[in-house]
Design a protein around this ligand. Structure first.
Ligand SMILES: N[C@@H](CCC(=O)N[C@@H](CSC=O)C(=O)NCC(=O)O)C(=O)O
Length: 278
């Protein structure tokens, strides 16, 4: 792992790092904010999975999480959304290929060689963080994300019961098998058999018996993707039917942007911190 940059902020350190991933077979970049802490202290970890077109940089520059993480003593980690590089296949659309890994392990050619973001965020990166950041307490992890990354946070948590003490999302795609972004991505990465898509659909996972400890979701009601792509109502219904304790808030006037995310970021960090430090 190499450090790309390091900046002191809110009494802690905002770092950006790169490493050669054996999972994606590419270099991968991610950011980590470590709050100031006593020597030998162990801090809980909050993962943030980003949305379409993003790298680690969008939330790092516009997410406004550092003050809240410094106050709560929570490490904040932002991975990239896909493998990248000249040798990595891409698509002309913003919603498939580079910047749009959808947190799946692709099985279809030519994507399968590099697009393995499920294994990257579930296995390789957590192991790297545990090895390289001795202050990270990997027994206390929370996960959140935005849009495609909200879908990632929900599905990673649902598939890994017991790993995350807290789960939240900002304007998540709640059922990719039921929206154009998801149908394009899952069809492209996984092929035509829709049964293979279910492990990557939060509502389907819940319907199939997966559970979350509790859930916080914020969704802007002026989000132009709400009705065609995000479909928050499907998650409300799935949680209600499964008896999952979920706080799903419609926020009047807010859109899909980082102006929305940064408005509610401190509340999400505090919500996670409450569960990660209990
Ligand atoms: N370019 C696209 C929209 C792309 C977009 O809105 N991306 C969102 C995530 S959408 C779901 O995953 C985002 O976070 N963008 C980065 C940012 O810094 O805002 C279009 O024109 O429709």
């Amino acid at each position: 792992m190499e450090q790309v940059s390091s900046n002191r902020s809110h009494g802690g350190t905002q770092g950006v790092y790169t490493h050669q991933s054996r999972t994606t077979r590419t270099a991968m970049t991610f950011s980590v904010f470590v709050p100031g802490h006593a020597e030998g202290a162990k801090l809980p970890v909050l993962w943030y999975l980003s949305g379409l077109t993003c790298t680690h940089a969008n939330v790092t520059e516009k997410g406004e999480y550092r003050a809240a993480c410094a106050k709560a003593g929570v490490i904040f980690i932002a991975p990239d959304t896909s493998p990248r590089g000249d040798a990595v296949p891409d698509d002309e659309g913003y919603d498939f290929g580079m910047g749009a890994g959808f947190y799946v392990d692709a099985t279809e050619s030519p994507w399968a060689a590099n697009f393995r973001m499920r294994s990257y965020v579930e296995d390789e990166l957590p192991a790297l963080i545990g090895a390289q950041f001795p202050m990270a307490d990997m027994t206390r992890q929370g996960i959140t994300g935005h849009s495609m990354g909200g879908h990632g946070a929900l599905t990673v948590a649902l598939r890994n019961p017991g790993r995350f003490r807290s789960v939240s999302a900002f304007s998540p795609i709640v059922s990719p098998i039921n929206c154009p972004w998801g149908e394009k991505a899952l069809g492209g990465y996984l092929g035509k058999d829709r049964a293979a898509w279910r492990p990557y659909d939060a509502c389907a996972l819940i319907e199939d018996g997966a559970r979350l400890p509790s859930l916080l979701v914020d969704q802007g009601d002026a989000d132009n993707f709400l009705h065609e792509q995000l479909k928050t109502g499907l998650l409300v219904m799935a949680c209600r039917k499964a008896g999952i304790a979920a706080t799903i808030r419609m926020q009047p006037g807010y859109d899909h942007s980082y102006f929305f995310i940064s408005t509610f970021m401190a509340e999400h960090v505090a919500w996670h911190a409450e569960r990660l430090t209990a």
